[in-house]
Design a protein around this ligand. Structure first.
Ligand SMILES: C[S@@+](CC[C@H](N)C(=O)[O-])C[C@H]1O[C@@H](n2cnc3c(N)ncnc32)[C@H](O)[C@@H]1O
Length: 233
C-alpha cells in the first residue's frame, strides 16, 4: 500500500489527532519518548546565544526542551498542521517561555535565510515526508556550517524478534488504543504503515549523508525501535 503523504493529507490527519496527541504519545510509547527526546537534546549541545529550529514541531515537545536547555537561546518551531501548532501555542502560554515561537512552515520550503540556525531538530516527523532527502537538503540550507542536526524517528528494528514485537505494537495495539482515545483514530493505521515502510537506521543514515550532511552518527534505542540520528552541516 502506497501512503498518501501529500502536505494536505498529512496536515488534515494531524489536525484530527492534535487534541489527544500528547496523551497518545505517552500511552503508546509507555512514556519512553521523553527519555529519547532528552538524549537528542543533550546531543544537540544547544546553548545560550544560539538559534534552533524544530521541524515538524507538532505540539512543541522538542522546542520546549531546547528552550529549557538554553534560556537565552532562540527557538522556532514549524509545522504544517495548524491544530498541532495551536496545541503548541497553548502549551507555550502555560509554560511562559520567552524564547520560543511557533509558525506555519513546510519542511520543503522553509521561510528562513540560508545559514540561520545552529541546531535543527525533527522528532517523529521525517517519516511523514514523501521525499526525506530533498527535505533534509532544505534543512541543511537554513543551518549554519558546523551546525548540528538531530533526528529522532521510529525505525524498523534489525532483529527478527524485535521486529515481530514492534509489528504487533504498531499494527494491533497502537490503532486499538488510538481508536478509543482519538476521533482521528484511523490515522494510527497510517502511523503503523509509515513505520513499517521507513528504511532501517543504517540505510536512513546514508540518506542523511546524501542530503549533504556529514559525520552522520546514529544511536538505536529500545531494541532499535527508535533511533536518534546526529549529523553535522
Ligand atoms: C508525529 S508528529 C511529531 C510532532 C513532534 N515533533 C513530536 O516530537 O512529538 C509529526 C508532525 O510532522 C508534521 N509534518 C508532516 N509533514 C510536514 C512537513 N512537510 N512540514 C512540516 N511539518 C510536517 C505534522 O503536521 C505533525 O505535526
Amino acid at each position: 500500500m502506497t501512503l498518501d503523504k501529500s502536505p494536505e493529507k498529512i496536515a488534515d490527519m494531524f489536525d484530527k489527532v492534535a487534541i489527544r496527541y500528547d496523551l497518545l504519545n505517552d500511552l503508546m510509547t509507555g512514556f519512553s519518548h521523553r527519555r529519547t527526546r532528552k538524549l537528542a537534546v543533550a546531543l544537540s549541545k544547544f546553548h545560550d546565544g544560539q538559534a534552533a529550529i524544530d521541524l515538524a514541531t507538532g505540539t512543541g515537545d522538542f522546542a520546549f526542551l531546547l528552550a529549557r536547555k538554553a534560556p537565552n537561546g532562540k527557538i522556532i518551531g514549524v509545522d504544517i498542521s495548524r491544530k498541532m501548532l495551536a496545541g503548541a501555542r497553548y502549551r507555550l502560554s502555560k509554560l511562559a517561555f520567552q524564547n520560543v515561537d511557533f509558525q506555519y512552515g513546510n519542511i520543503y520550503d522553509l521561510p528562513f535565510d540560508d545559514d540561520t540556525f545552529d541546531v535543527a531538530t525533527i522528532g517523529y516527523g521525517i517519516r511523514n515526508v514523501p521525499d526525506p532527502v530533498t527535505a533534509m537538503r532544505e534543512v541543511r540550507r537554513v543551518t549554519k556550517k558546523g551546525g548540528r542536526f538531530l533526528i529522532v524517528e521510529a525505525t524498523p528494528p534489525l532483529s527478527k524478534y524485535a521486529r515481530f514485537i514492534a509489528n504487533f505494537h504498531f499494527s494491533r495495539l497502537v490503532p486499538f488504543v488510538a481508536k478509543f482515545l482519538s476521533p482521528g483514530g484511523d490515522a494510527y493505521h497510517y502511523f503503523a504503515k509509515s513505520v513499517e515502510q521507513f528504511p532501517p537506521a543504517p540505510k536512513f543514515a546514508k540518506m542523511i549523508a546524501k542530503a549533504g550532511w556529514s559525520e552522520v552518527y546514529y544511536h538505536p534505542m529500545y531494541f532499535g525501535t527508535v533511533t536518534v540520528f546526529l549529523a553535522i552541516c
